[in-house]
Every structure is written in C-alpha cells, then in structure tokens.
Write a protein that binds this ligand. Structure first.
Ligand SMILES: Cc1cc2nc3c(=O)[nH]c(=O)nc-3n(C[C@H](O)[C@H](O)[C@H](O)COP(=O)(O)OP(=O)(O)OC[C@H]3O[C@@H](n4cnc5c(N)ncnc54)[C@H](O)[C@@H]3O)c2cc1C
Length: 336
C-alpha cells in the first residue's frame, strides 16, 4: 500500500513500531495463487499473481518467484463452482481441471488418498514475504514515501470530528487520512480507541516437516476435503503443512512456539493425503496471529464512525497474495 501510494505520487508516510516485514508477514508461506472458493477472491488473486510475476518491472527491485504450481482439491459439493472459477482463471493464467486419472498421472508419487477432482494452476508459486515487503518499502522510499520505523501509533489525532493523523510514540503526525493496516493488532487498537468492529485475532500454525528427500515436483497445495495446505520449503529441505486452528487470541498478541496438539491434528490430516507425511519428522513450525473478518474477503474501506480513518486488514490468512488488490483498492478510495 505504501508502495502503491508513493508510486501514484501521493505524499505518504509509513509508521511501523518495529522494522517493516517482521509482523505476521515474516511467518507467511508467501504462496501466491488465483484459486479461491469465492469469485470475488479469484479476481483479487489474479491481480495478486499478475503483480508478483512482474514484481521487478513494477518496483525496480528483484524478488525471487519460485514457480511450484498450485494444486487445489475442492470439497465435492463445490465441483460446479470449481469448474466456473477455473474457466475464469484460465482467461488470465493457465488453469485446468484434473480428473482422478490426471491426478494419479501427475501427482501419484506424492498422493496417499487420491481425489476425484482438482484444480491445477501451473504458474502459481511463492515468494519470500519479508524480502518482498522490504523491497516494496525500499522502492516506495525511492519514489518519495517517508518511512518511520520504531515508532508506535498509540492514538488518532482528531481535528473537528475528523481523523487528521495519529498520535505516535514520538508525538503527533499530521495527515489528511490514516490507513490502519496493523494486522492482528487491529482489533485491539480499535477497542482501545472505542471504535466498534467485528474483527478478531486468530492463530495460524504451519508445521515444518523434515523429509529424507524433498518429494520431486511437489506443488503448493490447498485441500478443502482434508483441510491441509502448504508447500515445499527449500530453506529446511522440508515441507510446510498447515491445518486451520480456529484458535481466537484475546489480549496481548504474541508470536508463539507451535502448539503440539495442533501439530498432531495437522499430521493426522496430512498423512491421509500425502505419502511423505508418515516418514516425516517434526522440525517445529510457524505460529502467528492474523486479523480475521466474518466474510474473509479483506476489510479495505473507510470506517463510517470515524471520517478520515480507513482499515486494510481482515484477510483471514491471505493478505500476502491479496496485498496488490488491497493496495489498489485503498489508493482508489483515497483518491475518491
Ligand atoms: C504461518 C503462516 C503462513 C501464512 N501463509 C500465507 C501464504 O502462503 N499466502 C498468503 O497470502 N498469506 C499467508 N499468511 C497470511 C499472511 O501472512 C498475513 O495475512 C499477512 O502477513 C498479514 O499482513 P499484515 O500487513 O496485515 O500484518 P503484519 O505483517 O502483522 O503487519 C502489521 C504491522 O503493523 C505493525 N503495527 C501493529 N501495531 C502497530 C502500532 N500500534 N504502531 C505501529 N505499527 C504497528 C506491526 O509491527 C506489523 O509490522 C500466512 C500466515 C501465517 C501466520
């Protein structure tokens, strides 16, 4: 968002309490794909993949894109939806439906329980989310953006009933408008400012599983039948294996060590789908908080009760791939 606004010539200042890219983003798998079981998110995913595949042209800075492809296994009652959405994606990027026989041919070497039907996006993949975030910030600063790191936002600066900046740990910072993009900290900040909302913080946990030899041609994946997701992790020569936690977090938000009970659930689900899970060994994992919203589409918009304040959050575990859409949407609303 900082980059998008600077790129459009806006006078923009990013206020970060830490160093940029070290929030939940630092724990992200960085997977970028078009398919979502929601036509609105498909459009936003297409925008994201287009952005990340042309990152260097757009920012002037290189970031590695690892093209693993993305395999999606839909729930059987979503097959018709999957056909329609795959057709839409294929107008922008290669995407195809796989039958059980196609799946066996292509992924038989990694699949335990097979599936009747899947979606395959060969040009999807992942990036290092922190590297990308810091590259975007650097590019934004080169384009005239102002970066304040190590400065915490404590409150809003209101002038005549309108938000005109923030009160930070270094004093008041004046601005025509404020975009609150504080990730999992957002619900707590809104509470402390007395602003009503329907957001909450929730833990996401992804297991890191050590394998003797990384399975060949393993795609990034999401499986809505067994509720697992992940990708290969060349940094550890292992595999990422996620399973939804449903754990809401109240009060102080911390990044914590993995929850062993959650790890067992992930492995139990994962071993049904992938043959490598059984022989894999735990190498820890990543557990961090994310801001959730009821519709899971991302909350980018003005706060009706607080003129001059915009939210950009509530991505339910998908803000990395949806960030290019969110940035464009925020810029459009600010310009309007
Ligand atoms: C294990 C894991 C795997 C994931 N995998 C994927 C994936 O493969 N693909 C994908 O698209 N998404 C993935 N996600 C989700 C994605 O990482 C998040 O949606 C995204 O990082 C959230 O970005 P954000 O900018 O909203 O929050 P953050 O990255 O947390 O950034 C918010 C920033 O606000 C700062 N801040 C907070 N409060 C204040 C304050 N008062 N003053 C100043 N600064 C403040 C914080 O320091 C932080 O830097 C994953 C998440 C996890 C945990």
């Amino acid at each position: 968002m900082f980059h998008e606004l600077a790129d459009r010539g806006a006078r923009v200042c990013l206020v970060e309490q830490d160093r940029t890219g070290l929030g939940t983003t630092a724990w992200s798998g960085g997977i970028v794909r078009c398919y979502h079981d929601d036509p609105v998110l498909v459009e936003r995913g297409i925008q994201g993949l287009s952005f990340f595949r042309s990152f260097a042209e757009r920012t002037g800075i290189h970031a590695d894109f690892t093209e693993t492809g993305f395999l999606y296994i839909p729930h059987p009652n979503r097959y018709e939806q999957a056909r329609i959405l795959t057709d839409r994606i294929s107008q922008s990027f290669p995407a195809q439906l796989l039958s059980a026989a196609d799946l066996d041919r292509k992924f038989g070497h990694i699949l335990g329980e097979s599936a009747e039907f899947a979606v395959w996006e060969p040009q999807a993949g992942y990036l290092d989310a922190t590297q990308v975030t810091r590259a975007l910030v650097r590019s934004a600063v080169r384009k005239g953006g102002r970066l304040l790191e190590g400065v915490r936002v404590d409150g809003l600066n209101r002038v005549e009933g309108r938000v005109r900046g923030v009160r930070g740990s270094t004093g008041v910072l004046a601005a025509d408008a404020v975009v609150l993009a504080a990730g999992a900290h957002t619900p707590r900040l809104l509470d402390s400012w007395g602003i009503p909302h329907d957001l909450w913080a929730q833990a996401i946990q992804v297991e890191l599983r050590g394998v003797d030899a990384a399975p060949k041609d393993h795609p990034a994946y999401m499986d809505d039948v067994l509720s697992v997701n992940g990708r290969p992790d060349p940094d550890s020569n292992g595999m990422l294996l996620g399973h939804p936690t449903g754990h809401r977090i109240d009060g102080a938000i911390e990044r914590t060590a993995v929850d062993p009970q959650q790890s067992r659930l992930a492995v139990t689900a994962g071993r049904r789908r992938f043959t490598w899970v059984d022989a894999s060994v735990p190498l820890g994992g990543f557990r961090a908080a994310e801001c959730y919203a009821p519709d899971g589409r991302g909350r980018v918009g003005w706060v009706p009760e607080e003129p001059g304040l915009m939210l950009a959050t509530g991505f339910n575990g998908g803000a990395f791939k949806l960030a290019p859409w969110a940035a464009g949407e925020a810029a459009r609303l600010l310009a309007g």
